[in-house]
Design a protein around this ligand. Structure first.
Ligand SMILES: Cc1ncc(COP(=O)(O)O)c(C=O)c1O
Length: 382
């Protein structure tokens, strides 16, 4: 048998160094730079302990009732999960006042964002998003061969929605808005998103990524989700990874137009979310008091951390998320690691000269503030 090494003249096929016939699109996909684990840092710096404030995780473990449901579900893992996650879909539909056909469940909201690229983009089309914003968005264009249009954030760290609307043309298929934005934490007021939706053609899909919604301390925070009930071209994604503390299980969801949801359901693999994640998410929704207590604790800590930063003369954009982005001197990231405080270097997030610091438990935040204060006072002496 003889294989044709020029791929039969198909231009999308190239020989990689390993000799595989693969798409040139693979090389264009930005590599995700994983953050350091606690184990990495302990080993590298010879430390006994470190606090991890780098991945915008919840510092709280899952609720005891959720742990119980996960433990008891292990015995049934010889069975496939329910492909459409009917119980969870119905519960989320009920919660958001929509039909089950307006809810799509993903293996983390990241999966839904990637599926949006698969479902909507082709070579010759465009996807518009802010920059810097969540590192996954540039992936959508690269993976599909579409063109990604990265619109710089406004100087205050918020989305420049006017410019994003102006970039829409006949090639545009998808616009992604991250609210609050990762890594700045800045919240776009819902009325600005409403005006944006009214200003653009109704056949352009808009995805509003509300991964950090639960930490937004504003009475109008839920308005974009309300719009998703009746705006066919809008999908709002949320996640159980952050405030529900379930990122290790991977469960996200989207609510929006029927056509949007059907498109994502069409491209997802049938068993995309696992049985334990479905059960855990369903259980976590049953404990609103504990959930609110935990999110309020994070918001209170965010306020305390921001006040302490201001006292040190360190500025950060106003954050409505479970993290803050601070201006930083070069070398601070490394020095914080040495002090056992793991934060995310802004260079990996498209925001050089900054550090993104997740809000943790009071003692963890104190450890960060104490280490930072040492750096700031050292810097002031020089
Ligand atoms: C803006 C944003 N969207 C989505 C996600 C992904 O969350 P999930 O764990 O649901 O895939 C993250 C995770 O950090 C994020 O920052």
């Amino acid at each position: 048998m003889r294989f044709d090494t020029n791929c039969g003249g198909v231009p999308a096929c190239q020989n990689t160094p390993m000799g595989l016939r693969s798409s040139p699109r693979i090389a264009a996909i930005p590599r995700y730079e994983a953050g350091l684990t606690t184990a990495d840092v302990l080993a590298a710096y010879g430390l006994d302990a470190a606090v991890k404030l780098a991945s915008n995780e919840s510092p709280f473990p899952p609720l005891p009732e959720v742990e119980e449901v996960v433990s008891s579900g292990i015995g049934a893992l010889n069975r496939y999960p329910d492909p459409p996650a009917r119980l969870l879909r119905a519960a989320l539909a009920d919660r958001h006042g929509v039909e089950p056909g307006q809810v799509v469940i993903g293996n983390g909201s990241c999966e839904l964002i990637l599926l949006a690229g698969q479902a909507l983009l082709d070579p010759g089309t465009t996807v518009i998003h802010a920059d810097p914003s969540f590192s996954l968005y540039p992936h959508l264009a690269s993976a599909s061969g579409a063109e990604g249009i990265a619109v710089p954030l406004a100087p205050d760290g918020s989305h420049d929605l006017d410019t994003m609307a102006a970039m829409i043309d006949e090639r545009t298929r998808l616009v992604v808005i991250c609210n609050p934005n990762n890594p700045t934490g800045v919240f776009v007021p819902p009325e600005a998103i409403e005006s944006f939706l009214q200003a653009i053609p109704g056949d352009i899909a808009v995805l509003v990524d509300e991964a950090y919604f639960d930490f937004v301390a504003r009475p109008d925070a839920g308005r974009v989700m309300s719009l998703a009930r009746t705006t066919p071209n809008l999908l709002v994604t949320r996640t159980f990874s952050k405030a529900h503390g379930l990122c290790g299980l991977r469960l996200g969801y989207g609510v929006g137009g029927h056509e949007w949801v059907a498109a994502l359901d069409q491209v997802r693999q049938p068993f995309n979310t696992n049985a334990l994640a479905q059960a855990a998410a369903l259980e976590s929704l049953q404990h609103p008091e504990a959930f609110i207590q935990r999110t309020e604790a994070i918001v209170a800590e965010r306020r305390r951390v921001v006040a302490a930063l201001e006292e040190m003369g360190i500025s950060s954009p106003p954050s409505e998320a479970n993290f803050v982005l601070i201006d930083a001197q070069s070398g601070w990231h490394e020095q914080l690691l040495r002090a056992g405080v793991i934060v995310r270097d802004g260079r990996a997030l498209g925001a050089p000269g900054t550090l993104r610091v997740s809000i943790g438990l009071p003692a963890e935040n104190d450890a960060f503030l104490a280490a930072l204060s040492t750096l700031v006072s050292g810097q002031l002496r020089t």
